[in-house]
Write a protein that binds this ligand. Structure first.
Ligand SMILES: Nc1ncnc2c1ncn2[C@@H]1O[C@H](COP(=O)(O)OP(=O)(O)O)[C@@H](O)[C@H]1O
Ligand SMILES: CC(=O)N[C@@H](CCC(=O)OP(=O)(O)O)C(=O)O
Length: 301
């Protein structure tokens, strides 16, 4: 037998890596996987291409990825350009009619179409929709919020900020059956009025994952996962531990809605929700196809 050259060894290692992915591919074949692509994770065009390739690969090996994207920083920039100021209440943008116009333009327009184009350039067939298309997300106005630290219920008026009241899964199921990758902008249509609603993207992704009985819900953000008080990554937590970390202040700011949505999703039947670093190339593949995974996994128990 010929001794293996350096190049051959490299190729064999590569083949081994691909082959190790087989059990994970089988386990998640046909599974609905919701990927929340956060505004902070989508700043680098090169990483955007890698993200798109990973999504196409997931579809190619038989999974059913559903992308739900955010765009908070991009909305901020556009509002600044047109001279509109934003106020946030516990992480949610107070959205008057003028702000709503910009939010819809940025989310359902520029960002949605850029992600669709990236996926299609990588050989996938993505279709961009927002919650108004096919009544995908019927929303009701947010009128109360829980203070994350004290648990106190607060009455709020955030104008056109909504929360999902009903998800029309048929739209996503039909797209999946047609081998299409749905890319969803987190905009909803009023269930009881005819208003357009701005919905936090984490909340939209969580509601879609729950309604679709997704096996996984992935949040791609700009931190490695949930960090403890010593800034060390917490690899796994259950619902009770997650609630404890919010109550003691370890989890704060934008991480609170993410974790709350993880909790709601796993309580609604999603097997696991994972918060991971969207700035790491191929973080999705590392999570999907390796035993240790990346980021923080939230499970029910
Ligand atoms: N315990 C924690 N571990 C990690 N990040 C945390 C924690 N508590 C608060 N955060 C903050 O949450 C942020 C992620 O939320 P957010 O900015 O809303 O992300 P995205 O735009 O991706 O939705 C992190 O950048 C970090 O500043
Ligand atoms: C009501 C509300 O706050 N909506 C968000 C929607 C976008 C979003 O959630 O984007 P990220 O995931 O990038 O943060 C906003 O207006 O910024």
């Amino acid at each position: 037998m010929q001794p293996e050259s350096k190049e051959q060894k490299r190729l064999i290692r590569m083949a081994e890596t691909i082959s190790q992915a087989l059990p994970y591919m089988r386990r998640l074949s046909d599974a609905n996987i919701v990927v929340k692509y956060g505004g902070h994770a989508m700043t680098d065009p090169h990483l955007g291409d890698i993200f798109a390739r990973d999504i196409v690969l997931m579809k190619q090996v038989g999974m059913n990825p559903i992308v739900v994207h955010g765009g908070g920083p991009q909305i901020n920039r556009m509002l600044e350009r047109v001279g509109i100021k934003s106020n946030f209440v516990h992480g949610l943008r107070v959205t008057d009619a003028a702000t709503m116009e910009i939010v819809e333009m940025v989310l359902a327009g520029a960002i949605n179409k850029a992600i669709v184009a990236d996926i299609n350039e990588c050989g996938g067939t993505a279709v961009g929709i927002c919650g108004k298309d096919g009544n995908l997300i019927l929303a009701r106005k947010v009128t109360e919020m829980r203070d994350p630290r004290t648990g106190e219920l607060l009455q709020v008026d955030l104008q056109q900020v909504g929360e999902p009241a009903r998800i029309n899964v048929m739209v996503l199921e039909q797209l999946a059956a047609a081998k299409v990758i749905p890319v969803v902008a987190p905009i909803g249509f009023g269930l009881n009025d005819e208003l357009t609603y701005n919905i936090n993207a984490d909340t939209s992704a969580g509601a879609i994952a729950g309604a679709m009985r997704a096996k996984r819900l992935y949040f791609l953000t700009d931190v490695p996962g949930v960090l403890d008080k010593n800034k060390q990554l917490i690899r796994e937590m259950n619902v009770e531990q997650a609630r404890g970390l919010i109550a003691d202040g370890t989890i704060s700011g934008g991480m609170i809605p993410k974790i709350e949505n993880c909790i709601d999703a796993v309580n609604a039947g999603v097997e696991a929700a994972v918060i991971m670093d969207g700035r790491v190339p191929h973080s999705l593949l590392l999570e999907l196809f390796t035993e240790s995974g990346v980021g923080t996994m939230v499970k029910r128990k």
